[in-house]
Design a protein around this ligand. Structure first.
Ligand SMILES: [Zn+2]
Length: 234
């Protein structure tokens, strides 16, 4: 019974993805055409999905009192499933609500240890592509929209611009946000491969928080990210 329900759920998810792919073909998106026609993927780089924070480090707190780490994990797991479905090799820096620290007594020390562990996982791979998933927060609740920050490594700026354009073109029409070079973010500053940090939206904006919490919006967000990454890698 449990298996049947799981199979039904998976079938539903795949059907939704296929519908989006077909929509993409009609919209003339080359990357989606490449995937849907089953053409070989030229770039076999592992895609690292890094759900920001976790465990004791919840990150930002939403206007509904939920920790950022939970939104990051939900979106990252969906993104992993979709990228798998599209044939990519992926690695997650965490798959549950944990901090991956190995040393430290204070929260700050544990946080640094956690980031070093994540960096170690990334550096053990051959030229991976890193997608670090986060949510934004600001005292003034009027701010909304996704924003992409990039590492100073080869390709990161191009990927960030492509993702930002895709968000503005689909999820946040009219948004004037632009991609920016990341400053003061440990993981982005220590990467030696292509990497971006995606702030999916503002948890301090009630309408956006409700969207970021909904499975439907999370799926759309992941479709936009996956299609843009596929285009970038092709
Ligand atoms: Zn964060």
């Amino acid at each position: 019974m449990g298996n049947a329900r799981r199979a039904m759920r998976l079938a539903g998810a795949y059907l939704g993805t296929v519908c989006l792919l077909i929509l993409g073909i009609f919209a003339g998106n080359r990357a989606i055409t490449v995937i849907s026609e089953g053409l070989p993927l030229e770039d076999r780089r592992c895609i690292v999905i890094d759900p920001g924070h976790g465990g004791e480090d919840g990150g930002a707190v939403s206007c509904t009192g939920r920790a950022e780490s939970g939104y990051n994990l939900e979106i990252s797991l969906r993104l992993r499933d979709l990228l798998h479905f599209l044939g990519y090799e992926t690695k997650m820096t965490r798959t549950t609500d944990i901090s991956v620290y190995t040393t430290g007594d204070t929260l700050a020390q544990k946080k640094l240890s956690d980031l070093k562990e994540r960096l170690g996982m990334i550096q053990a791979l051959d030229e991976p592509l890193v997608l670090s998933i986060h949510q934004n927060q600001f005292p003034d609740s009027k701010y909304h929209g996704a924003q992409v920050f990039y590492a100073s490594t080869d390709g990161s700026g191009d990927l960030a611009r492509a993702l930002q354009d895709a968000f503005t073109g689909s999820l946040n029409p009219g948004s004037r946000r632009t991609s920016k070079k990341s400053t003061g973010v440990y993981l982005m500053e220590h990467l030696d491969c292509t990497g971006v940090l995606i702030e999916c939206g503002f948890l301090s904006n009630p309408e956006e928080e409700a969207r970021l919490r909904s499975p439907e919006y999370q799926k759309k967000l992941c479709c936009v990210i996956a299609a843009t990454v596929a285009e970038y890698l092709s």
